[in-house]
Design a protein around this ligand. Structure first.
Ligand code: MLT
Length: 407
């Protein structure tokens, strides 16, 4: 029997907000109740204490897919998503029993802690009880010209490809990769970033076109013909180039905090200055320069973990990866003329406090794309998908719903 059999729990009033909807803290409490209940029916509630350890929560990612109200009965399916030396990750999929509507998708990472409060390797009894990680999350290495890109692939269904911004990696999509469970979600680390930091970068020759060639190689390698393409900022510049060259492989686009015009001469000079700073002072200096542009002041103050995640992403990138991306952005084509030719459904999405690609820029871009809609995300700057994942996932989820019928 699984350590965590499927259980049903009722939503308590105190887990809901003033408008009677399950809120984030309530959802975490509800998931904890569900885990205890599942342990009681499965491996036993003393499975940890018998082994002399306790488990502490290290990280929570939670996507609200639809509202739940007091008295709703929810079905909680729990599986082991990952297991490492001292940590393990559980994935919860929560649906409403009455109509099967998905309510929450969550991933929680736990650390085993011994009696002295130190991280401890997972005891054998717990490893046995948890079993082997299952599920469909995979980080695949897919062949591209002179190397292999790391690509996170989750779930099954029509394909949804996330392209990250500068100087980040697929980690910026952590909350989006957890949602949209009827879709196959894919997020590569572009060459020079994340787990693709080791892939060769020809700094002189890197262009938006080379990023697109890599993405095409990834899709071919995974056997995928058409995608909904979701690009953030630099990933949006890549998306324009993708449309220019391979429109037949795109069935929808989500353009997040991006802009169609090329760099101005002043902007190009700023790219060169940033490359000089990188070569002089390294990735940390780039992180310090980028953080206040990527995250709003409120996020920086209230969500220190998001700032840490951004620092870690920038720290993982190779210097050539960053320099190559700066040059590819500096020399990119103007895509304004392309906008009128985008014939697939488009959602444009941007943070209300974004100074890099402010709402008027995004709104004008959307207005130039036939039928496109612009959604402004409150309380976010540039990196809206990380700062306001619930609002972003809601808008993206609604957009994807409109695409589901046409396969
Ligand atoms: C990004 O977020 O990808 C970059 O800030 C875009 C840019 O610098 O033009």
């Amino acid at each position: 029997m699984s350590a965590f059999p499927t259980v049903e729990v009722v939503v308590y009033p105190h887990e809901c907000d003033g408008s009677g909807r399950l809120q984030a803290v309530g959802a975490i409490a509800l998931l904890e109740r569900a885990r205890w209940d599942a342990l009681l029916r499965g491996a036993g509630i003393d499975v940890f204490t018998k082994s002399g350890v306790v488990s502490g929560t290290r990280h929570v990612s939670l996507a609200h897919l639809s509202a739940a109200a007091p008295g709703d009965v929810l079905r909680v399916v729990t599986r082991l998503a990952d297991r490492a030396t001292t940590t393990f990750t559980l994935h919860h999929r929560v649906t409403r029993v009455r109509d099967g509507v998905p309510v929450i998708e969550a991933e929680l990472e736990f650390e085993c802690i011994d009696r002295l409060g130190r991280p401890a390797p997972l005891p054998e009894g717990i490893v046995r009880a948890l079993g082997a990680p299952g599920g469909t999350r995979q980080v695949r290495r897919v062949a591209v010209a002179d190397g292999e890109l790391a690509v996170e692939v989750r779930g099954n269904g029509p394909a949804l490809l996330f392209v990250h911004g500068f100087p980040l990696d697929r980690g910026q999509w952590r909350h989006q990769l957890l949602g949209f469970t009827h879709w196959q979600r894919m997020a590569p680390d572009l060459r020079g970033f994340g787990d693709s930091a080791g892939v060769a970068v020809a700094v002189e020759g890197l262009t938006m076109r080379s990023y697109v060639a890599d993405l095409i190689a990834v899709l071919d390698g995974l056997g995928i013909e058409r995608v909904v393409l979701c690009g953030f900022s630099m990933g949006g510049y890549v998306a324009f180039e993708f449309w220019r060259r391979h429109a037949d492989r795109v069935r929808g686009m989500i353009l997040v905090d991006t802009r169609p015009e090329a760099d101005s001469p002043e902007g190009q000079r700023a790219r060169d200055e940033m490359e000089a700073l990188l070569r002089r002072e390294g990735n940390d200096a780039i992180a310090e320069r980028m953080l206040p542009r990527l995250l709003s002041r409120t996020t920086l103050e209230a969500q220190p973990e998001s700032a840490e995640q951004v620092r870690a992403m920038i720290g993982r990138a190779s210097a050539d990866g960053i320099a190559g991306a700066l040059r590819a952005m500096r020399d990119r084509s103007d895509s304004r003329d392309l906008l009128g030719s985008i014939t697939v459904p488009v959602l444009a999405l941007g943070g209300a406090e974004d100074a890099l690609t402010p709402p008027p820029v995004m709104a004008a871009m959307a207005a130039a794309i036939p039928g496109a809609r612009f959604v402004e995300v409150a309380a976010a700057a540039h990196l809206a998908p990380l700062e306001q994942p619930l609002a972003v996932n809601r808008a993206v989820g609604e957009f994807l719903e409109t695409l589901r019928e046409d396969g």
